[in-house]
Design a protein around this ligand. Structure first.
Ligand code: TPP
Ligand code: MG
Length: 790
């Protein structure tokens, strides 16, 4: 069996010295582990074979993946974890997680019976949809793993900053990892970043069943996995063989048996696991049967017990697993590589096609009999177990993990001032305005600023966070000098690092950036600390971390994403950096409200709203798409009506005459072109309106909600001023579909301008001309729109 390159003797824990540990404990845990295996298998079976199926679709659920971690998860939840620990369970072990919570009285039978159906236990553990206290959702493999590392960083941050409840020991951030999850690059990106930040209190427990979805993994693949971890400062604990195998190895010619199994290719081992005792016997006889000790060993076991010994991998050996977990007492990041068998204890154990395999009725009946679960008692918590229910009940009631009723925490809201300062300046970009607003906040002593934490994937300075960082410093667990400053090298940036710093500087990996934003954005429920995370990156590179962004939103993490520069307006910076589809991402991403202000006063309004939205019970994350283009700022007062409309997503910059036949609609950095074109149009169409859109996302959402109620929302009310057959010309530096739907609101004809191809460097006049976004292009579109009038 392929194994990590070295087995460290000192990592093999030998005795459980924990107070209270006893053979009783082991007996009860082993019994409950059986029950967990039963309940998880039965939950999936019930959903697929017993519950009525209305649409003919496969329901699914993963009996083999679940069986693989029954021991590990039972040991963790029923013995090892403490209330402050937080866990990401590999997605396909959801039934095991729910079964354990059910045993603990934290999950209902109704939800198990409704597994994978509406309102039931979720297919993959979900912190927002499941009621049994999922800490971190999983589903997209690799992301939950990385999440634990960033959560550990956030735990350090809130503790060192004095933002977390005091008097609590730090929790361990634990990921139960499918071995194929390590194919995902984001896991290694997270490891590297974790190493830079010296993360602590992270455990990754790898369910090393050497099988993925399609296949048995290559023998060579994992030969260096432990080195990889060690290079990143992790302790590696390899759990390979269980007590029965270890005993066999200690017997006559046991060394040969160990050598045989160590050398056994993954696929042969898996095939023999599937075939059972006779298969083991044949191969052992053929390969090492000439040795007297092996002959004796084989003669001493019937097929069933031979199979039992040969499949006694450490990940299924409760005693070995407990010893290993309890042996860790420090906070060094620790990776447990636990050898397991996919489908352990089930008829398709080890079969290469078992990922989606389900026991059929006959196999389930045999399995049920072997579990001694009487018919009708399938959901019973203790049926078929030997220990008396009172003893099991008492054991479960004393499980350390549940000794605190509430593991989800709350923190008081931070007051948000009635308005944020609008930086003075006749001509500035939204990106510059953002930097100045934050810088202003940094120099004050408002509680809001204390709770803001910023982060950026190596674009802190180029996204204008420099002023904030100069004042608030970088976060590091240790005090670190700013060498350039100490050496009197002139620089506009002060990079003082300390535990008080409020900026977390990341390497370039955007996936890490979004995972960190997710972890920071869950600081309240997970660590009881109120954070207002702001993350900056270049708008095009949202795509680079999109799955992690989606993952953060899926968990209802609260953060402010500031993406700048954006679109083709970054002009000379080149075609590779142009973002076209990001406004559509902003519109379509659930849990994220997207804005694209044109002016700095709008930005101040939206940031203020964002800080409240990030804290509201029914709020969410916020995305601000900004630009580096300096534009003339309007001289105006932010009246309550204007403020409200900026937040609602649009306002009339120039209101149309009642019944006007044309309106120009713009979003973001193209305001000057729209304003110029509109001014020219007024000569021919004096009543034409100019509509400023600050959030296509909010307008669209409100419109859709209104459509359901027979109304047209905020945008419907605005457009009602136009003639029923009026024309619209919309323009933005992004995909035209962002605004083209406006034509449907009141049945107006629309000419949507925007960017639908990209990749060209240039200056703004050239690019706007080439892509058809300049004032001339808007005028042309308006003329065509008016000519095409019915
Ligand atoms: C990002 C992503 N890609 C693909 C999948 C589909 N998928 C689900 S499980 C799986 C293989 C998982 O293997 P492993 O992590 O070893 O878990 P096991 O089933 O062996 O417990 C794949 C490819 C997914 N869930 N997420
Ligand atoms: Mg696997």
């Amino acid at each position: 069996m392929a194994q990590p390159s070295s087995l460290l003797g000192h990592n093999r824990a030998s005795a459980d010295l924990r107070p209270g540990a006893s053979s009783d404990r082991l007996r009860l845990l082993s019994e409950l582990e059986r029950k967990v295996l039963w309940l998880s298998s039965w939950t999936i079976h019930h959903a697929n074979h017993i519950r009525p199926n209305r649409d003919g679709l496969k329901v699914g659920g993963h009996q083999a993946s679940s069986a693989s971690v029954a021991t590990l998860l039972t040991a963790l939840y029923l013995d090892v974890l403490r209330p402050q620990d937080r866990v990401a369970v590999k997605p396909h072990a959801s039934p095991v997680f729910h079964a354990i919570q059910y045993l603990l009285g934290r999950q209902t039978v109704d939800k198990l019976q409704a597994f994978r159906s509406l309102g039931g236990a979720q297919s993959y553990p979900s912190r927002t949809k499941d009621g049994d206290d999922v800490d971190f959702s999983t589903g997209s493999v690799g992301l939950g793993v990385a999440m634990t590392s960033f959560a550990a960083l956030v735990q350090d941050y809130v503790r060192l900053q004095g933002l977390a409840p005091t008097g609590e020991a730090p929790g361990r951030m634990v990921a139960v990892v499918g071995d194929a999850e390590l194919d995902e690059g984001n896991v290694f990106e997270a490891m590297l970043e974790g190493w830079k930040h010296e993360v602590r209190n992270v455990w990754w427990v790898i369910d090393y069943n050497r099988q993925s979805l399609d296949a048995v993994v290559s023998d060579r693949l994992y030969s260096h996995i432990d080195d990889l971890f060690r290079n990143m400062g992790w302790r590696v604990v390899i759990l390979k063989y269980g007590k029965k195998l270890e005993r066999a190895f200690a017997g006559p010619d046991g060394a040969a048996l160990r050598e045989w199994i160590d050398a056994c290719p993954n696929s042969l081992y898996s095939a023999l696991v599937y075939k059972g005792g006779a298969g083991w016997r044949k191969h052992l006889e053929g390969d090492i049967g000439h040795l007297p000790g092996i002959r004796e060993f084989l003669a001493g076991h019937d097929d069933a017990s031979l199979h039992d010994v040969m499949t006694n991998l450490a990940g299924h050996d409760m005693q070995t697993v407990r010893e290993a977990f309890h042996a860790i007492e420090d906070d060094l990041p620790t990776c447990f590589i636990a050898y397991t068998i996919k489908g352990f204890g089930l008829p398709f154990a080890g079969h290469k096609d078992n990922h989606a395999g389900l026991m059929n009725e006959g196999q389930m009946a045999t399995f049920q009999a072997s579990m001694a679960v009487p018919e009708g008692a399938e959901w019973d918590r203790f049926a078929g177990l030997k220990s008396p229910p009172e003893e099991l009940e008492a054991f479960l009631a004393a499980v350390p993990f549940t000794q605190r009723a509430q593991r989800r925490l709350a923190a008081a809201a931070v007051p948000v001032p009635a308005s944020l300062p609008v930086p003075a300046g006749k001509r500035q970009s939204t990106q510059e305005g953002f930097g100045r607003i934050l810088s202003e906040l940094a120099s004050g002593d408002q509680p809001l600023a204390r709770h803001i934490v910023t982060c950026s994937p190596d674009v802190t300075v180029s996204t204008n966070l420099g002023g904030w960082v100069n004042r608030r410093g970088l976060f590091d667990r240790r005090e670190r000098a700013d060498v350039f400053r100490d050496e009197k090298v002139v620089s506009a940036q002060r990079w003082q690092m300390s535990p008080e710093g409020q900026h977390i500087e990341l390497g370039i990996a955007e996936n890490n950036f979004f995972t960190l934003l997710g972890a920071l954005g869950l600081a309240e429920p997970v660590f009881g600390a109120r954070l207002l995370p702001i993350g900056t990156l270049y708008d095009p590179f949202i795509a680079r971390g999109l799955d992690a962004l989606n993952y953060a939103c899926y968990q209802n993490a609260r953060f402010m994403l500031v993406a700048t520069p954006s679109g083709i307006t970054l002009a000379p910076e080149g075609g590779a950096h142009q973002s076209i589809g990001s406004p559509l991402i902003g519109m379509s991403q659930d849990g994220l409200t997207a804005f694209e202000p044109a002016f700095v006063d709008e930005l101040a309004v939206l940031m203020r709203w964002g800080f409240e939205h990030m804290q509201a019970p029914d709020g969410g994350a916020v995305y601000l798409r900004l630009s580096t283009r300096p534009v003339d700022q309007p001289e105006r007062a932010l009246t309550p009506d204007l403020t409200r409309d900026i937040v609602a997503g649009a306002y009339w910059a120039v209101p149309p005459a009642e019944g006007a036949e044309l309106a120009i609609v713009y979003q973001g950095a193209l305001a000057p072109e729209a304003i110029a074109a509109h001014r020219m149009i007024l000569e021919d169409i004096p009543g034409a309106g100019l509509l400023a859109v600050t959030s296509a996302d909010r307008l669209h959402r409100d419109w859709l909600a209104g459509v359901r109620d027979g109304e047209r929302g905020h945008i419907g009310r605005l457009l009602a001023r136009l003639a029923p057959d009026a024309a619209l010309v919309s323009v933005l530096d992004g995909h035209p579909a962002t605004l083209s739907w406006l034509g449907s609101v009141a049945g107006h004809r629309i000419h949507p301008l925007g960017v639908d191809h990209f990749g060209q460097s240039g200056d703004i006049p050239d690019l706007y001309r080439v892509y058809g976004l300049d004032a001339d292009a808007i005028l042309d579109a308006a003329a065509r729109a008016c000519l095409g009038r019915r």
